[in-house]
Design a protein around this ligand. Structure first.
Ligand code: 6LW
Length: 532
């Protein structure tokens, strides 16, 4: 090779490695799943990773994500897609599907969870994470919440869960218990044993247990302290499955409680471990990002590295906390093609990002000619029923959501438009009525119209621009000419509170005839949600 060729070759290698460096970053950003993504559970099959979250009364229920690198995740399906399988009517927004555990054993995926206030603990199975999933197998006689599954080397399957129905020695005392689950008989069998009440004699809300066998020893990872400021992950060890389980000397092995209530990342807990095909260990945990002391996006999913020292899981060695940026797992960088931010409703089935709330009895929409035609329903979001409501997760502190809607009515009771929904007690809706647009705020149960503008055109564009704790609503005949409606509003309405607990916020489409029957439709041409 002559000098020039050598220089060209070196330049080529430099450019190639620069391009590679650009496409394959050395670090990643937390959260790995932003917005309403609590109680993460993770499992690996070969070089594929699967993650699931709680979904409360959102439907379809139990979102399942896939990744090859633990950083890029794609929604691939839901554990429950048949609305007849879960009875969510009458439930508060914090009830429904609580913490899930996802595991793979012997050719089958398992999801086990609690249908809070709606049937108790059940599991479902599938050959593929995308489904089809089985109908729920309800476990009678399984008290408490947060079930998990573990298979021992002899093939026996064990259920671990939490319970609180006993005489307490301290406030909030809960137990973590174990029992064999006979998968042929589909029921719990044999002795039931309490493994721990938490690592300290004032440990509150021991929950979210997961059992692992690592290098011949049993590791029980649980959460303690409740899902707020005092949330923590603790470890207990045993030589046999039935115990005794001894508290790890490092406990709690992970928490942010010691940083105080103003630390920007709160409530770290509810962890699940995964070992990569390359022998690294990582954990998914939940956390809450603070914005001026509020948590507008609810509990989200974070990733943290784990190294074992004499059996003790050390989370992010040298840091001992969840980091917003850190070196990424040693796995091939595998981003998914970027999802379009604008749903043009040109698909034959609705994109799985869309959820309704509570169990739908009818499907009130049709996808026709690139339109989402939402049939007006009598139900209102203020009642604990399923309404004509389709929302997706708000995932960013700075977002812009907009939609184009064609809707006219001659009736005073019919409304359709855009909604930011957290609970039946806390939401904003920007709706078109017979001859006007109304901006409605419902905050802690108090509902008020905060702005009204006369409007008679059939087509209207609605938009909501979120910036930390502020949100501005606008409308327009064209998307190029949007005008504000009402003054700047506060997203505290949908942030964490006593009424906004456990679930998370969504944004989308809503139509109602306020208790009366209707044959009318609101036609949505598109809906866009994007980070700004
Ligand atoms: C869940 C419990 C918890 O079942 O919150 O964060 C409950 N921890 O483990 C609902 O998400």
């Amino acid at each position: 090779m002559n000098g020039l060729n050598l220089r060209i070759a070196i330049l080529f290698i430099c450019c190639a490695s620069l391009a590679k460096a650009q496409t394959s970053p050395s670090t990643f950003r937390n959260p790995i799943l932003a917005g309403f993504s609590p109680d993460p559970t993770i499992c690996r099959v070969g070089d594929n990773y699967y993650l699931a979250n709680s979904s409360f009364i959102w439907f379809p229920a139990i979102p399942i994500y896939h990744s090859k690198d633990l950083v890029n995740w794609k929604l691939v399906g839901h554990g429950i897609s048949n609305p007849n399988l879960l009875k969510f009517e009458g439930l508060r927004d914090r009830a429904g599907i609580w913490a899930v555990t996802m595991r793979y054993h012997d050719g089958l995926f398992y999801l086990i969870t609690t249908a809070s206030e709606s049937g108790g603990n059940f599991y479902i199975t599938a050959k593929k994470p995308e489904g089809p999933w089985s109908d729920p197998i309800w476990l009678k006689d399984a008290p408490g919440i947060d079930p998990s599954l573990f298979w021992d080397d002899d093939g026996k399957c064990y259920y671990t869960g939490n319970s609180w129905d006993f005489k307490k020695s301290w406030p909030g005392q809960c137990a973590i218990w174990i029992q064999e689950l006979n998968l042929q008989q589909k029921k719990l069998v044999g002795e039931r044993k309490i493994l721990t009440y938490g690592h300290a004699n004032n440990a509150a809300y021991a929950e979210g247990p997961h059992l692992y066998k690592i290098k011949g020893r049993y590791l029980l990872l649980s959460s303690e302290g409740g899902t707020d400021q005092f949330h923590a992950i603790t470890a207990h060890h045993s030589k046999t499955i039935w115990g005794p389980y001894l508290s790890d000397k490092t406990n709690p092995v992970l928490s942010h409680r010691q940083f105080g209530s103003k630390y920007p990342l709160q409530a770290i807990g509810h962890g699940d471990l995964v070992e990569t095909q390359n022998g690294e260990w990582w954990a998914t945990v939940l956390g809450k990002r603070l914005v001026n002391g509020e948590v507008p996006l609810s509990r989200e999913t974070f990733l943290t590295k784990v190294e074992f020292e004499d059996g003790t899981p050390i989370f992010n060695p040298g840091f001992g906390k969840v980091l917003f940026t850190q070196e990424r797992p040693n796995l091939p960088w595998s981003p998914f093609p970027e999802q379009t931010t604008k749903d043009q409703f040109e698909t034959s089935t609705l994109d799985p990002i869309w959820h309704t709330v509570r169990s739908p009895k009818v499907r009130p929409y049709q996808l026709i000619n690139g339109h989402f035609n939402l049939k007006i329903q009598p139900q209102i979001v203020d009642s604990l029923v399923n309404a004509a409501l389709y929302i997706q997760k708000i995932k960013h502190h700075q977002f812009y959501a907009s939609t184009k809607m064609d809707f006219t009515t001659t009736k005073d009771n019919e409304q359709a438009g855009l909604i930011i929904y957290r609970t039946n007690e806390n939401y904003y809706s920007l709706l078109k009525e017979k001859a006007k647009l109304v901006l409605i705020k419902k905050f802690n149960g108090k509902k008020e119209v905060i702005a009204t503008i006369p409007y008679t055109k059939s087509i209207v564009h609605f938009a909501a621009k979120g910036n930390n704790l502020d949100v501005e609503f606008s409308f327009g005949e064209t998307i190029e000419k949007m005008m504000p409606i009402g003054i700047k509003q506060s997203l505290v309405v949908i942030a964490e509170s006593n009424l906004n607990k456990f679930n998370g916020p969504g944004i989308g489409m809503y139509a109602t005839s306020n208790g009366q029957s209707s044959t009318n439709k609101a036609k949505y041409d598109w809906f866009e949600y994007k980070k700004i």
